[in-house]
Write a protein that binds this ligand. Structure first.
Ligand SMILES: [Cu+2]
Length: 275
């Protein structure tokens, strides 16, 4: 009884998932910020209900064997019961098949490129290494290339993304196996040395979210944390432009505006036009 009560009450009590964001009313939301994350939560609850039903039926069977049937007949030795064995093989098999097919849609959206949401934009390459996340952004307005470009921007442990739209990162590892995990997005993907793995997600609500390594990768695994900062698209674009300006600045302020105006405007030059 207690177990069933706990099973029924646990989703409302927020035992299973971390708080994602604080909504306008000031209440913490346990819903994932990621649309795909909400689908994954639904799968989680479907499996929780299946396990709950099986648990209750098993306990009823146990109680029946202990107290219901015990008084009526004497215990006797049975070598086996084929019908019973077939039944208890088929029922779990059917349950597993159901789960396998039921989750195919969510899996395809996460993993299969042709099922990615429309407009998914590669924003950065994220390289895991002992013990940090190295982030490589393309220069503002340019696409992310597979190989490093001279005007790329680099950061550590801080991933800036636009909110409200699907974004994609290319995940790599420089040394051992790590795992790129965004609990509030329900995203977890291993980073494997020698592989480039695309991972997409979407922050429906602007805010700061946790980035963790969820694969024990060495003594410093515990400190391999970062942050995903999701801002509305205009704010995000402004933040990236400011970041680019800061990275390209040599720290010297030119007092004379005429000197600045006389300098060639390198940022607006297309790569092909450079001489
Ligand atoms: Cu790690």
């Amino acid at each position: 009884m207690a177990a069933v009560a706990v099973l029924a009450a646990s989703p409302g009590l927020g035992w299973w998932f971390p708080q994602s964001y604080v909504d306008e009313a000031g209440a913490g939301s346990l819903e994932s910020v990621n649309p795909l994350g909400r689908e994954i939560d639904h799968l989680f609850y479907v499996i929780l209900v299946i396990c709950g039903v099986v648990f209750v039926l098993t306990q009823i069977g146990l109680a029946w064997a202990l107290f219901g049937a015990a008084g009526r007949s004497r215990a006797r030795y049975l070598h086996g019961n084929h019908v019973l064995e077939v039944v208890w093989t088929l029922i779990p098999a059917a349950a597993l098949f159901f789960i396998a097919f039921y989750q195919m849609g969510a899996w395809a959206k996460f993993r299969v490129e042709s099922y990615y949401p429309e407009g998914v934009t590669p924003v950065a390459e994220v390289t895991a290494r002992m013990y940090e996340w190295r982030i490589r952004y393309p220069a503002p307005g340019k696409p992310l290339m597979d190989t490093p470009q001279p005007d790329d921007l680099y950061a550590v442990n801080e991933l800036l993304i636009p909110a409200g739209q699907p974004v994609l990162i290319q995940l790599r590892s420089e040394d051992v196996q790590h795992s790129f995990s965004l609990p509030q997005f329900r995203i977890k993907q291993d980073a494997l040395p020698g592989q480039r793995i695309p991972v997409w997600f979407q922050a429906d609500v602007p805010g700061e979210y946790v980035l963790l390594c969820q694969e024990l990768c060495g003594w410093g695994h515990y400190k391999m944390g970062g942050v995903v900062k999701a801002a509305p698209p205009e704010e995000h674009a402004a933040a990236m432009a400011a970041f680019a300006a800061e990275r390209r600045s040599d720290g010297v302020t030119v007092e004379n505006d005429e000197v600045t105006a006389a300098l060639p405007d390198t940022d607006s030059t297309e790569p092909g036009e450079r001489n």
